[in-house]
Design a protein around this ligand. Structure first.
Ligand SMILES: C[S@@+](CC[C@H](N)C(=O)[O-])C[C@H]1O[C@@H](n2cnc3c(N)ncnc32)[C@H](O)[C@@H]1O
Length: 147
């Protein structure tokens, strides 16, 4: 994680689930908070890696960039992988093309006070016949499930 991001965030226990990422200072709207780092994988590779991680009982941290690619933050990721989902988020994750590659930048979409948990909307596809995950974001507009 680059040092300039470090001043923005800290990792702590979340009220939503497990660990979460929190604002280390008051942050103005539209500030770039942190980059979501990891290794870019094609779908086929991501699927096989996920199977391996699950067989090792590892928590899996992956971010979908587009229909073909996923960023795997399980082994090479930084603190951004701990950002929880909210249906009424204070941040957004944006994929920007960069030197013929990708970068995922998490920016805040409103002013955030020191100590607030950072969240973005995972926008997962609605999972048919897949294990559904109940959402604990607590937002008034909560959709009840994160997938
Ligand atoms: C990228 S991790 C986020 C960090 C996670 N809290 C941890 O401690 O590792 C994503 C996982 O966190 C949990 N999670 C994130 N947002 C959630 C929410 N709004 N409600 C319930 N679980 C959530 C789910 O288990 C999800 O698969």
């Amino acid at each position: 994680m680059k040092s300039e991001w470090r001043a923005n965030v800290y990792l702590a226990r979340s009220r939503i689930q497990g660990l979460g990422l929190f604002a280390a200072r008051d942050i103005e709207k539209q500030t770039m908070m942190i980059e979501y780092n990891g290794t870019i994988l094609r779908n086929e590779v991501a699927i096989s890696k996920e199977k391996i991680y699950r067989s090792q009982n590892r928590a899996v941290f992956m971010f979908r960039i587009d229909s073909e690619h996923v960023v795997d933050a399980t082994r090479t990721g930084g603190l951004a992988r701990y950002i929880n989902h909210s249906c009424g988020p204070n941040c957004v994750a944006e994929v920007v093309t960069f030197e013929r590659g990708y970068k995922i930048i998490i920016s805040c979409i409103r002013r955030i006070e020191k100590g607030e948990e950072l969240c973005f909307d995972y926008q997962f596809d609605t999972a048919e016949g897949q294990h559904k995950i109940a959402c604990h974001c607590g937002a008034p507009e909560c959709r009840k499930w994160i997938n």
